[in-house]
Every structure is written in structure tokens, then in C-alpha cells.
Design a protein around this ligand. Structure first.
Ligand code: NDP
Length: 393
């Protein structure tokens, strides 16, 4: 295999973005020949410029318009085009490419993910919040253009790798590490600091997803993502705590077979699978799984008392309509407030639950029939969360 693959990386300076560029730059014999179309970032202009020059990207885009001048001067003479602003990110995502890596965090990534799909580019999807908020709409768009949604989230990527007969699936089983507070008491969790909550035992990730892992809202968002991506109802998706993060997820078939994908917890494996799909590519530098060395794999059910976020996600996805958008928006605001030490750790799931309840019991639920409805609901959820957090302050 030595095909040429044009790739764009949205969120190139983040954890997923950096792992993606590592794969792109690995150049092992037998790997595809990658050429970089677009790289984007929010404010991290130096890292963006450095990556764009190194990978000889066509264009580098910074979301923060005030950094345009600096980006331009950093790229001067390199041949890399500079651009700034959210519309420029959308434009970059719609440049033709074999695969666009959606690595922006939060619903902020939705417009660019949508633009890539509308162009007919395959999307390697890390930005789970896009799928949570607009899964059915994005799938519909992908059907229209023929774009493939290739999951990068390790759990969904694992399922994607072993899902050969979707019509025979009994259950999807998402594994969860349990995060840094897997064995913590409620009072320890109540006093948790942002530093403790972002110290994930197995994965090195951005701050927002790390906090989501600590509350297990991440597993809730993943459950919604899985329901939409694989078209499986919530009550046929189980969550299993597996602290070693070696089994990345499982699919249970109606003949009693359970297929799983295993590997070391390293995002470069699922990323490489999405970038080289439908083939595989070699990653010679990666640590190999040694089960004898690991010795023991453990499993347990999640504790709904200490991790109520998972139940909220189940409620949201079974209610359907705009409920997942509301849960996601409330969670994004609450996580940001926690990271600024403005609220306690347990308040995150508490306020997200309150806003979800208000939505579900309030006015008749609005079904988002288009992307404008999604953004409108997201704004409503954010506003209600801010108001509730102010009340609580
Ligand atoms: P990071 O916070 O590390 O990186 C986020 C990236 O998005 C950065 O490049 C950042 O730019 C950019 N960005 C942030 N906000 C905006 C915005 N408003 N507009 C445009 N660009 C923006 O996050 P992760 O890489 O950890 O996560 C990215 C996504 O992937 C999330 O949805 C997460 O849930 C998902 N994911 C992550 C995994 C991981 O291992 N990290 C695993 C599975 C899924 P800048 O650097 O300039 O701030």
C-alpha cells in the first residue's frame, strides 16, 4: 500500500491533533503517503504555525481573529497560506481531502464537521459533541454526499473494527476506565480539584474530556454517540468499567460470540485505523500489548450513585429530540466553570441534570429539525446553566 491521502486536521494543536500529526509524520514503510491540506487551532498560534510548516500544509487557520497578523508573520516565506476566524475554519474543512480529522473540542466543532461532510470528505470523528448534538442530522448529510463517518474515539473505533454483521448484534458494550475517581468516596469527589480531576490514570487528553472522564459524563456522551453512529437503541448499549483500558469495547452477537478490540491505550492506533481505512497502516514505534505482563483484566458495573452523569445521558438519548443537545450544552458550561474553580466537582452533573429536567418537564420538547435548532437549543441550555450556577453561587 502506498496511496496518497490528503488529510486535514481540525484542532491540530490539541491532544487528538498532535497524535494525528504523529501518525501522519510517521512515514513507516507501507504507510500511506499523507499530504496535509489544512490545520486549524483556536489560540495556540505558535504550535499551529510550527506544525503547518513542518507538515507543509496548504493552509493554517487560527479561530481567534486577533492572532491573524501573528500567524501570517510566523508563516512568512513558508508557502503556507494563513487565515483566521470560524468561517475560515469551515472553509478549510470543506477543502477536498480524503479524510478530515474532527479534533475540535465541544459543539464548537460542529460547523466544521458538517462542512467536511457536506463536501463529501470522510470524517475521522473525535469531536463526539458534534455527534451527540446532531447525530441524526450529520448521518443524513453523510448519506447525501457519501462521506463516511470513521470513529476515532477508541471505544467506537473498537466497535467499528469488529462490527461485521450489524443485523446480528445483540449488544454493544462500551468499556470505561472509571477515571481518576473510580474508587473515590463521594466526599473525596465533592472536594476534588481541577488538577485531580484531569489526572487520568491511563490516557493523556485535553482538559474537558479529562473532566468528563472523571464524572463519567464522557461515557454518557459516548453512549449517545454510539447510539447515533451505529443505530443501536440505548437499552442495547451496556457500560462496563475496565480499569486497565486494554479492551476498548465489545460487540455481543446473537450466536453468543463476543468480539472485542484490544490494544495499549494509545490514540495513535484508532487514529491510524481511521486515516488508513479501509486498510491498516503500520505503527512500528508503538508499545505492543503484552497480556502476560499485564496479567489481569478487571471488570465492574458503574456506580450510579457516584456517577449520575451516565444515567442522565441514558435519559437524554431515550427522550431524544433536543435532550442530548441540552445535556451537552449544560455540561460544557459546568465543566468550564469547574476548571476555573468556580463550582465544585459534583455540581457538574447536578446542574446538568437540573437543566435537562427543566427541558424535559418544561415546554413541549422541540425536535431539532435542522442545525439552527441545534444551535438555538445549545444557547438555551448554556444560558439556563449560567443562570443556575449564578443562583447557586
Ligand atoms: P484538546 O483540548 O486537547 O484540543 C482541542 C483542539 O481544538 C485544540 O486544537 C484547540 O485549539 C481547538 N479548539 C478548542 N476550542 C476551539 C474553538 N472554539 N474553535 C476552534 N478550535 C478550537 O482536546 P482533545 O484533543 O482532548 O479532544 C478533542 C475532541 O476529541 C473532543 O471532542 C474529545 O471528546 C475527543 N476525544 C479526545 C480524545 C483524547 O485522547 N484526547 C479521545 C477521544 C475523543 P488551541 O490549542 O488553540 O486551544
Amino acid at each position: 500500500m502506498n496511496n496518497r491521502v490528503r488529510v486535514s486536521v481540525l484542532g491540530a494543536t490539541g491532544s487528538v491533533g498532535v497524535s494525528t500529526l504523529d501518525v501522519v509524520n510517521s512515514r513507516a514503510p507501507g504507510a500511506p503517503e499523507f499530504s496535509v491540506v489544512a490545520l486549524t487551532a483556536n489560540t495556540n498560534v505558535e504550535a499551529l504555525a510550527e506544525a503547518a510548516i513542518y507538515t507543509r500544509a496548504e493552509i493554517a487557520v487560527i479561530a481567534d481573529m486577533s492572532l491573524y497578523g501573528l500567524l501570517k508573520s510566523l508563516l512568512a516565506g513558508s508557502g503556507v497560506e494563513a487565515a483566521a476566524g470560524h468561517m475560515a475554519i469551515v472553509e478549510a474543512a470543506s477543502r477536498p481531502a480524503e479524510v478530515v480529522v474532527a479534533g475540535i473540542v465541544g459543539i464548537a466543532g460542529l460547523p466544521a464537521t458538517l462542512a467536511a461532510i457536506r463536501q463529501g470528505n470522510n470524517v475521522a470523528l473525535a469531536n463526539k459533541e458534534s455527534m451527540v448534538c446532531a447525530g441524526p442530522l450529520l448521518r443524513q448529510e453523510a448519506l447525501l454526499t457519501g462521506a463516511r463517518l470513521l470513529p476515532i474515539d477508541s471505544e467506537h473505533n473498537a466497535i467499528f473494527q469488529v462490527l461485521d454483521r450489524p443485523e446480528r448484534v445483540e449488544k454493544l458494550i462500551l468499556t470505561a476506565s472509571g477515571g481518576p475517581f473510580r474508587t473515590a468516596s463521594l466526599s473525596e469527589m465533592a472536594a476534588a480539584t481541577p488538577e485531580q480531576a484531569t489526572a487520568h490514570p491511563n490516557w493523556d487528553m485535553g482538559a474537558k474530556i479529562s473532566v468528563d472522564c472523571a464524572t463519567m459524563m464522557n461515557k454518557g456522551l459516548e453512549l449517545i454517540e454510539a447510539a447515533y453512529l451505529f443505530d443501536v437503541p440505548e437499552d442495547r448499549i451496556d457500560v462496563l468499567v475496565h480499569p486497565q483500558s486494554i479492551i476498548h469495547s465489545l460487540v455481543s452477537y446473537d450466536d453468543g460470540s463476543v468480539l472485542a478490540q484490544l490494544g495499549m491505550p494509545d490514540m495513535r492506533t484508532p487514529i491510524s485505523y481511521a486515516l488508513s481505512w479501509p486498510n491498516r497502516m503500520p505503527l512500528p514505534g508503538l508499545e505492543r500489548l503484552d497480556l502476560a505482563k499485564i496479567g489481569r483484566l478487571e471488570f465492574a458495573l458503574p456506580d450510579p450513585q457516584r456517577f449520575p452523569a451516565l444515567g442522565l445521558a441514558r435519559r437524554a438519548v431515550s427522550a431524544g429530540g433536543g435532550a442530548p443537545v441540552v445535556l451537552n450544552g449544560a455540561n460544557e458550561v459546568a465543566v468550564a466553570a469547574f476548571l476555573q474553580s468556580r463550582i465544585g466537582f459534583l455540581t457538574i452533573a447536578q446542574v446538568a441534570g437540573e437543566v435537562l429536567n427543566e427541558f424535559l418537564h418544561g415546554q413541549p420538547a422541540v425536535d431539532p429539525s435542522g442545525f439552527d435548532d441545534v444551535y438555538e437549543l445549545d444557547r438555551w441550555a448554556r444560558q439556563r446553566t449560567i443562570e443556575r450556577l449564578r443562583l447557586a453561587a
